[in-house]
Design a binder for this molecule. Structure first.
Ligand code: SF4
Length: 207
């Protein structure tokens, strides 16, 4: 089998700022590239060739190990981790080394690796073929303006998963008050079915 290589753009340590893992420290690995092009994407570096770095499997594993010695929690993000070739091989090798591995995904890409410990799914469309039982939580990013298509999408997922988060979208450097108000109103009217996620890392000005 050929030695796989991976396109990455960031490796750093921080705390997870959103969703059910909020406050938990992780090594973050941001893969380069995504099959989608959401107009409000807040990670433009994943599509900028200047930030694309190719690295083979073993050097990547070693770089992850060296990032913060003793911290064995890794969060895969992007770009789109699920679109990464040989993702399952990378995750399996991490598990052999004792890592707890989480992933953030839009659900668009390849097969979901069996060995993942936590999956945050942030769907942009219905995903009738996604193994919904593998998603630990579902997250939606809401802007300030009503979006009927997104309302329909949230309803589609409400019927399929118990843990849904609504999170206001930052369109600039300031806290998105109007979007947060929209999220809050929906959460309070949901009879406990929805939860509010605020990105604490943005408040703190950390990655
Ligand atoms: S799926 Fe995520 S990473 Fe990809 S373009 Fe959309 S917001 Fe950006």
């Amino acid at each position: 089998m050929p030695f796989p290589t991976y396109a990455i753009c960031d490796l750093f340590t921080s705390v997870q700022g959103e969703g059910g893992m909020v406050g938990r420290p992780f090594v973050f690995l941001r893969f380069w590239g995504c099959p989608l092009s959401c107009p409000w994407c807040d990670e433009p570096r994943h599509r900028d060739p200047a930030f694309r770095r190719m690295i083979a499997l073993d050097p990547l594993l070693d770089a992850v190990e060296r990032q913060t010695p003793g911290l064995k929690q890794l969060l895969l993000t992007g770009g789109e981790p699920l679109a990464v070739h040989h993702l399952d091989r990378f995750v399996s090798r991490l598990k052999e080394r004792g890592w707890w591995v989480a992933m953030e995904t839009s659900g668009i890409g390849g097969a979901v690796p069996d060995a993942l410990d936590w999956i945050t799914l942030s769907p942009k469309t219905p995903l009738p073929h996604f193994p919904v039982e593998r998603a630990s939580e579902i997250k939606f990013i809401l802007g300030a303006e009503p979006d009927p298509a997104q309302e329909t999408l949230i309803q589609w997922w409400r019927e399929r998963h118990p843990a849904l988060w609504l999170q206001p979208r930052w369109d600039g450097p300031s806290f998105p008050t109007l979007a947060a108000q929209r999220c809050l109103e929906k959460v309070l009217a949901s009879n406990g079915r929805l939860r509010l996620s605020l990105q604490i890392h943005k408040w703190m000005g950390i990655p």
